[in-house]
Design a protein around this ligand. Sequence first.
Ligand SMILES: Cc1cc2nc3c(=O)[nH]c(=O)nc-3n(C[C@H](O)[C@H](O)[C@H](O)COP(=O)(O)OP(=O)(O)OC[C@H]3O[C@@H](n4cnc5c(N)ncnc54)[C@H](O)[C@@H]3O)c2cc1C
Ligand code: FES
Ligand code: FES
Length: 1370
Amino acid sequence: MAESLKNAKPLDFWINGKHVVDPNPDPEETLLSYIRTKLGLTGSKLGCGEGGCGACTVVSSTYSLDSAKVAYTSVNACLVPLCSVDGKHIITIEGIGSSSQPHPTQEVIARHHGSQCGFCTPGIVASLYTLTKNHPNPTEEEIEEAFDGNLCRCTGYRSIFKGAKTFAVDSPLSKVCARACAAGGECSSKSCIGDTPSGAGDVETCTGPSLLKAAKDIPFPEELIKRLQTEATSPTASSYVFANESIRWHHPSTLPELLSLMESNPHAKIVFGNTEIGIETKFKGVQYPIQISAVDIKELKNVVVRADNSGVEVGAGTTLSDFGTLLKAFIKEHGEQKTRGFKALLDNLKWFAGNQIRNVACIAGNIVTASPISDLNPVFVAMGAVLKVQSTKREREIPMKNFFLGYRKTALERSEVVVSIFLPFTGRDEYVRAFKQARRRDDDIAIVNAGLRVKLSHESDGTWKVSDACFSFGGMAPTTVQAKGAQEKIVGSQWGESLKERLVSWVGEDLHLPYNVPGGQAQYRRTLAMSFIQKFHIYITGIVGTLEEPLQSAVELSERPVSTGRQEYVATSKESTIQVGKEVMHIAAMKQVTGEAFYLDDIPRMANELYAVLVQSTVAHGKIKSIDASAALAHKGVRAFIAANDIPEYIHRKNHGHDPNLIGPGVKDEELFATEKVLHVGQMIGLIIAETEIIARKAVRLVTVQYETLEPILTIEDAIAASSYMPVTRTLNTGEFTTDSSGKVTDPVWTRDDPSSPKVPLAQAKHHVSGTMRMAAQEQFYLETNASLVYVKPEGDIEIFASTQHPTETQHMVAHVLGTPSNRVTVRVKRMGGGFGGKESRSVFLTCALAVASKKLNAPVRCMLTREEDMTISGMRHPFRGDYRVGFTEDGKLVSLELEIYSNAGYSMDLSLSILERAITHSDNTYYIPNVKILGRMCRTNLPTNTAFRGFGGPQGMHIAETYITHVADYLNKPVEEIRELNFYKTNQLTHFRQPLEDVYFDRVWTKLMDRSSFSSRRKEIALFNEKNAFKKRGIAAMPTKFGIAFTARWLNQAGSSVLVYTDGSVLVHHGGTTEMGQGLHTKMVQVAANALGIPVEKVYINETSTATVPNTSATAASASSDLNGMAVLDACQQIAERLKPYRAKNPTGTWEQIVSQAYMDRCDLSAHGFYKTPDLSYDWGTNSGRMYNYFVYGAAVTEVEIDCLTGDHVVLRSDIMMDIGQSLNPSIDVGQIEGAFAQGQGWTTIEEPLISPTTGVAWTRGPGAYKIPGFRDVPAEFNVYFVKESQNKRAIHSSKAIGEPPLFMGASVFYAIRDAIKAARRDQGLDGPFELFSPASSERIRLAVGDKNVDATKFSAEELKVKPWSAMA
Ligand SMILES: Cc1cc2nc3c(=O)[nH]c(=O)nc-3n(C[C@H](O)[C@H](O)[C@H](O)COP(=O)(O)OP(=O)(O)OC[C@H]3O[C@@H](n4cnc5c(N)ncnc54)[C@H](O)[C@@H]3O)c2cc1C
Ligand code: FES
Ligand code: FES
């Protein structure tokens, strides 16, 4: 070690053009943590910490002395070790531009409404910036690819693409104004007309490409170039070492140095991209005390074509991005025949992680990790690649096929370094293909992948025989594995159709998986392996023989064209003085795109601030036998372990019947800190409080908790079997159904007594179908996790900054826990990085716990949950099960619905009752059913409490409705659209909860959309396509929605506001809509206020939400925030406007400022409090009477998809949405809400599947690595949104309608289109009639539902099914 220390020096790098020198860099720190906490550059965000979301993206720029050029790469700062940036120039969002001087990449995203909550936005801008720096003239396709390592949970991506494509040379958008005109703002050049530059001058200044050309970027630091020049003169000039107490980080610069370090430190770990090691050290608690960075070792990047022209040797330290570029160049240079293996590698690289990961991860990193699902290893093995490994003692070659010895075990010996990999060229009749199936196409690890190779010989009789083969698979064993039996048996076989079935079954026999195999999906994985080889056989047959047209569809992946879309609506003209209805840009957009927008964890650290980390339960159900925090407390820098006993006067208050440790919205049935029992994995038992986050996270691993484990109840089915329910049920009976207390049907009770709602006797139901719809949970996956900063001041006032949708609930609960009046607690929220319901009630827990710690330690305490903590504690959308029996007439008219609905509530009540109520009241969707009998139950299970998520039970109810209506259609063998139309509600008909549907624009929405989407002609085209394609099927679905607006808890339907006018004419608004989480609420409220006061929107400001300004607010939820708060703001503004009337009358030409000033001088009150409560709401469940909802929002969607019948993969080709949302307050924001909600609905019903262990209750899906939300290229390739122009709504502000939740269910049209495609595939297999498809329609469910020979061959026997599977839907 001593020799390596001789180069010890400070860490020395540049950031945004500024030199940073740190004498004591911490080798355990990431670049993200350093720039945020030490440099105060908080623009880059922490969304996951595991390279899976891109929120932390920054740009790393390097200078090549050879080419004298700067190269830019986007990287995930959350995984980049701080020590690895020595000698680099890092550009963060702050260096790209500021709101006063934005870079064009920032400007276009803001102006095209590409940010909502804005938490993902700096990372997205950084990716776009990187692309434009390397490719100043990108194509649309390159732009779409540039974002494959970024996620956004709010926008639905279309608007981001639109902004970015203003730079695309092949996009018409690059010809129109990218500036203010495009966004409805004032024209910056003052000469444009609309969005078309009016003359050559404007084209020069205002289009995306010209803005880019004119942009001023930070130059690469001259000083750094000089340093690089100096270092180039000595091979070891850049060798150094950094160390802290536990880790030593070496940075050798030559291969001999690396080898010698490995020799003297046999337990050292080579670090390259850190994308694997970073995950191990951060999330698995692995420690590598000696780490050796190999990133700057030139010898590991050598590329040589072998002298005998047999192939290429590529340096093992080549990054995957560079590897891709090299492969493309080799393919071009050496031709198709020799480079078939290279093409296969390239095919898999396309779907390997995201750009940011590929930019840093290297080939050796992927190989040596020995992951059983590595994307490259199966192809390396199949193509016969050979590794060159070296140590100080020897150099040797290891064929890839012999490299993997067991799970994560390789043939590499200690001290050996992988130097290069030899990639052989393919022979003339040798073919290689790669296959991969993942949950999501982009940036996802494989479920199964394969590298398949055959070598053929052409026989004299014209036939082809197999002379050699290698079939290598990932995801089918603990290592990359070969189907050895199949490989042997195939040699000598004649290629032909008859070989196919044998080959498929040989592979099936070779690759058996037990039902409970780790990773789950046993049958699917086996089916995939067999289907890959089937595809391969068809592919080769196409080359050596002839392939019938329908079979060709097996060969390639379904293509997703570059995306397009239309948005059609009417907006108030930008010149108008009417401010509502305008396309006003999100008021924080420029701050979001420049990283200036502040979120909770961006608040600068206070003096003495401490950090809290949760001690969480590791068992789902158990008695706590002991808790030992002594080792953690002994750790340097740890201040306390906080638990229930630390709550002020805990025992005393508990003994007097006011247990302060019991909290919960409505029913207080949850412990803040678990005391005697734990009821789910992840439950909070206590907190470790330390001086820094790093210390707290280390110390929390030292806390030991002993449990006596008890049997958990986890799934809905477990709960039904154990009758484990919450004490309340909900029933809703109308028509001939009513039941006595035992559930028996008694006399008819026609609760619907309106003549327009016909009473139809049950006897008219000639047919019945019954079935079950089961749907999974959905994680909110707001990009900003729950976070809080609490300071209990010495005099007792409590100041709280929280990322919460419910400041008032937070205030009340903290007051309850600490035993203090609410007037001593102030909760402040600036903005949130998304909420979607997940921060409505669950955010409160973290804040209450921090309040206890802060009170006890007399210091501010902060915590931002890791993604994993957040996902294991904060609950999700409720999983539901609907058991239905539907009666209907010969022609499909619905007569009756009997429905039992079960939700998985988790371990406590939370908001489950209201969610169940909404599910029950939406289980009709848009269909009139005369006789309805519903029983709703909430299952009590040992899971985190499930909670609100956009739609709040409504989508679950509608999903059940669409399932039974589809079932009826399948039973009658009629098109489902016909059955839908037949049963649509008519205006003024009563719902099953007896609310008349006034102002139904629904029929118009439907007919218009069917027309706009050319539904009928496309249906015919799809039938034709399906005839011509055996293995690809298309499906289409037209689907309606009806969504009730209002909180079902009546008292929540109220709001207050405060409007303050200052003497300079500026206006400050506070409203009870509490919080801005991306939905544009503040923007709309600013418009409402500006409109009411007759002033431009720029004069109105909303600084934050605080319980000290508007009291007793409801949560920002239920889509009703604009309705309620808009009215409250309007009320306050109207009061002020009324008071200003006399001054306006006196001075009709006076400016707003003059009027305000005159009023002030005249001692006129320039502030007002506004209030609003929704009238008429009065529903009573006991009598099924009264008004439940204020009004309804209607919509419809038509979606077309294509599925791959052999893999279960799907692409969404087109979606059209028509929404009846009244007169929009801000069409751009509303379009964004529709597109974002659609994407969430699409994710919920397709790729998002939270999975748990059915034995232990551990969640398998705890971060973006395993839980996939839709990415940029998942949303419809063509995405059209239309508003119903003539729609009015007398029951909400300015005739608008709520928009947050109603469109979410439209995303389920993807599910029903997939179902339609599966139906076509099943028909080919001779499987007609109804079939069951649970939600989400994952690739697994799609593949298995297709139901072919491979599926039959992989079915498990009854005996094999006796064990519990590895994973289950809760
Ligand atoms: C968000 C995310 C997405 C991912 N997606 C995919 C995916 O789609 N497909 C896939 O296959 N993988 C994926 N991975 C896994 C990972 O990115 C790859 O395995 C990657 O190639 C690792 O390379 P690295 O340079 O970052 O390795 P590191 O983490 O730096 O090192 C990994 C291992 O390789 C060893 N090592 C590195 N270089 C050498 C060398 N020259 N000689 C000997 N040992 C060496 C290290 O000691 C360590 O054991 C993903 C990871 C993340 C975080
Ligand atoms: S925070 Fe780095 S990728 Fe998510
Ligand atoms: S705007 Fe992208 S996550 Fe919110």
